[in-house]
Design a protein around this ligand. Structure first.
Ligand code: OGA
Ligand code: NI
Length: 324
């Protein structure tokens, strides 16, 4: 339990050595402004006759940034607020209350509180965070416990499918699992030396991210970091790596990271939506032909995560492994 940053972070004036990133990957003192450029999609417009325009905006954003934000997504504000407060209460509860869920190496626990990444023992530098993870799969099994219809992720996937020129339901088959990863980033005395989450691309199909109003998320675009504004009412969506494979590079996954700050703890919750482990991931047949041959080979979805961990931080190297 002493590995949980929140157990000791408020008692230290300096970051311990094994949390200090090397100069080339640490955030440093450079000020990264919040970019106004990450597109905002009004999901309600998709129902109001503006479907084509909404699809076009999503595809453009996915091609340019691999990221966009959705508003009017149908989840009531009080539900988002309530969810955040539950996570906050959990993360800020005494160590004693967390100990049954805690594990510092890979575990099959249904619900798991881990320090840093899932690989604490094997990482060179630890991340300034702790994470609560549990799967929400199969959806039917967990649905009834959810406060409202889950984030209209199926609608988002349908808009993406249509935008790719695929049947609207095409991606339904690849979105049968959902893993929740709630992140807690305690305030850090030297944020310039640490990372809450090091640079990475997400593994699955899409990720939906909720934030609590404290900034920290940054997206890499053309070798430049862009800050994402932490609007707690919007949902941040990002194109994950296996979707890049399915659409044969028509959309690109975006690398991102989370930085810490010295003033305030931050909470975010990522919902990773992806395929069942045994599902075959490959470029959609409808998107390949003689002129656009498949860039990737076929593989099982469950083969992806181990490769991502092998190449953590280098999403290109991970994708390279699955090239045809
Ligand atoms: C993640 C992630 C970013 C954040 O959990 O995969 O990228 O802002 N989180 O917490
Ligand atoms: Ni991520």
């Amino acid at each position: 339990m002493e590995k949980l940053v929140s157990n000791w972070s408020s008692n230290v004036g300096a970051v311990p050595e094994d949390y200090i990133y090397p100069p080339e990957t640490r955030p440093g003192n450079m000020h990264i402004p919040i970019g106004e450029s990450i597109p905002v999609i009004d999901l309600s417009q998709a129902d109001k006759g503006d479907r084509t325009l909404t699809i076009q905006k999503i595809i453009n954003a996915s091609q340019e940034f691999g990221f966009f934000k959705v508003i009017n997504h149908g989840i009531p504000e009080n539900v988002l607020k309530e969810a955040m407060s539950v996570w906050k209460e959990f993360f800020e509860s005494p160590a004693e209350a967390k100990k049954d869920l805690y594990a510092d190496s890979f575990t099959m626990k249904d619900c798991w509180l881990s320090p840093s990444s899932l690989n604490y023992g094997r990482e060179k530098v630890h991340m300034w965070r702790e994470g609560l993870r549990h799967s929400c799969h199969p959806l039917q099994k967990w649905h009834h416990m959810w406060p409202q219809t889950p984030p209209r992720y199926q609608e988002i996937l349908r808009l993406i499918s249509e935008g790719l020129g695929l049947n609207g339901e095409f991606l339904d088959e690849y979105s049968q699992t959902m893993v929740l990863s709630a992140n807690y980033y305690p305030a850090c005395p030297q944020p310039e030396l640490t990372l809450g989450v090091a640079k990475h691309a997400d593994p699955s199909i899409i990720t939906l991210l909720l934030q609590d109003g404290v900034s920290g998320l940054q997206v890499l675009k053309d070798d430049t970091w862009i800050g994402v504004d932490p609007n707690p009412h919007a949902i941040v969506v990002n194109i994950a790596s296996q979707l890049q494979v399915i659409c044969n590079d028509k959309l690109k996954t975006a690398e991102h990271r989370a930085v810490t700050n010295s003033r305030k703890a931050r909470i975010s919750a990522a919902f990773f939506i992806g395929a069942l482990g045994e599902s075959i991931i490959e470029p959609a047949k409808a998107l390949v032909d003689e002129l656009r041959p498949p860039i990737y080979k076929s593989f099982k979805s469950k083969e992806f995560l181990p490769k991502l961990y092998e190449n953590y931080g280098d999403s290109q190297a991970t994708l390279e492994f699955f090239k045809a």
